[in-house]
Design a protein around this ligand. Structure first.
Ligand code: MN
Length: 136
């Protein structure tokens, strides 16, 4: 069965870029364009990984993460924040909120598939390439 990744991102260009890139690498992609739709999609589709934008209409990434963590069915899903360069000072807040890690935008199309693969392979709690990995 293919690995399923849910992309929650209001920016259509970013969504398409992620979809094209990750589809090329063999992942099955599900998309949502705001946090509320993303939470619903996560419940229905049970993705292996969620890539979650922070700034979105209707419900932002923090709100969506909170709902995912509150529900038994979606609590354990790995959720990676997609953070803009302007939010560099907010990385700690992102980890504090309970995201499993973050990927900085603008997206590095070469690095992204490798980062996604590492997040899928590593146990929950590994907090991204900029932080200590569990085997260190
Ligand atoms: Mn956005």
């Amino acid at each position: 069965m293919p690995i399923r990744i849910l992309i929650v991102e209001d920016n259509e260009k970013n969504r398409k870029l992620l979809r094209d890139l990750l589809t090329y690498h063999g992942y099955e992609i599900v998309e949502a364009e705001n946090g509320a739709a993303g939470v619903q999609s996560a419940r229905e589709q049970r993705p292996d990984l969620v890539l979650m934008d922070i700034q979105m209409p209707v419900l932002d990434g923090f709100g969506a993460l909170k709902l995912l963590r509150e529900q038994e069915a979606t609590r354990a899903i790995k959720v990676i924040a997609l953070t803009s360069f302007a939010m560099v000072g907010d990385q700690e807040r992102i980890i504090q909120a309970g995201f499993d890690g973050y990927i900085s935008k603008p997206l590095d199309t070469r690095a992204l598939p490798l980062i996604v693969k590492k997040y899928l392979e590593n146990p929950r709690g590994w907090q991204g390439p900029n932080r200590a990995s569990p085997d260190q």
